[in-house]
Design a binder for this molecule. Structure first.
Ligand SMILES: [Zn+2]
Length: 319
């Protein structure tokens, strides 16, 4: 594999060596920075990826589902989504909207719209979407076993390629960057999307402030688990080629671009005991410092320079 996994360009590419830093293994991996679209691609997919997905990898741990909490969340979310109700109104005074409310609003999905969450992990989001009124299915090939929640939401142990059916919406939350051939993945998204359907792709964004500041220590490189790290231009071009229309881009980076990258620069793996992700109180960051980072992240997001974004796509090309 010599070319860019996003746009196929093989000219003027720069080489980088990135190391495994989440676990602190230090294994090195060759990446290219595309001379065309600017995206990063891993050159060779490691043969033994299992070494890099330990049991503790964050997507596969979750708390048990509780039916009553699910009902209450559903009422609260109904309020935020414009379905008035006394209980929902009351709950909304105590519980702010979770992140998926903004996604659902931007997707403009009617209640009852079906959602496929690709790379769902153990399905916490899928259960919440179901409670909010959107029949949801999660898929994840690395799941230990399939499961069905008490509210009917399902998580299947399978890949996107193996998935059939027809959905009003497909979501890929920090998932496309783990796929070796993103164009083929988007073709499969089209295949399982109903006509007029919507797609939400959330990914790290290459070339932004955190990359320019931290370089090889930018924590969202996440070598070798991230096979591709798109620039905004790279994702937009790929979506267009696959027949989608880009409706909206919302930068949604957080304080983690600072604290996690600072930790890498100081030799502290994300999964380390000294990491803010593991023991916030034992880390080098005070609550005030984290708040400062959150404010900086919000400023970067407003300038489209945060280190991750949400891309909203429509399933049809521009007329
Ligand atoms: Zn490219």
């Amino acid at each position: 594999m010599g070319g860019c996994r996003v746009c196929g360009n093989s000219r003027g590419n720069r080489h980088h060596l990135f190391r495994e830093k989440y676990l602190g293994l230090g294994d090195g991996f060759d990446y290219i920075e595309c001379g065309g679209c600017g995206s990063l691609s891993i050159v060779d997919i490691p043969a033994q990826m299992g070494r890099y997905y330990p049991e503790t990898y964050y997507s596969y741990t979750s708390r048990p589902y509780r039916r009553l909490a699910g009902l209450l969340k559903g009422w609260r979310d109904g309020h935020y989504l414009g379905r008035p109700g006394i209980a929902g109104g009351l709950l909304s005074r105590f519980f702010p909207p979770p992140p998926y409310i903004e996604w659902l609003k931007n997707l403009e999905l009617p209640v009852g719209a079906t959602i496929l969450d690709v790379g769902s992990g153990s399905g916490a989001l899928v259960a919440n979407l179901q409670d909010a009124g959107f029949p949801a299915t999660g898929i994840d090939p690395y799941l230990r076993a399939p499961l069905t929640f008490a509210n009917g939401a399902r998580v299947l142990k399978q890949s996107l390629e193996e998935t059939g059916g027809s959905f009003d919406c497909v979501m890929l939350h920090h998932c496309l960057e783990h796929m070796p051939a993103p164009r083929e993945a988007l073709d499969h998204v089209r295949r399982v999307l109903k006509p007029g359907g919507r797609v939400l792709v959330r990914i790290p964004v290459m070339g932004t402030h955190a990359w320019r500041t931290y370089g090889e220590n930018w924590f969202q490189l996440d070598a070798p688990r991230h096979f591709v790290i798109f620039t905004e231009e790279g994702l937009a071009g790929l979506a267009r080629e696959a027949g989608f229309t880009l409706l909206k881009t919302v930068y949604d980076s957080t304080a983690s671009q600072f604290w996690a990258s600072e930790q890498y620069a100081g030799g502290i793996p994300l999964a380390d005991d000294r990491s803010y992700a593991v023991h916030p109180e034992r880390s080098r960051f005070s609550p005030a410092q984290i708040e400062t980072y959150e404010r900086e992240a919000a400023l970067l997001n407003a300038r489209s320079d945060g280190d991750q974004a949400a891309f909203y796509l429509a399933g049809e090309p521009l007329a």
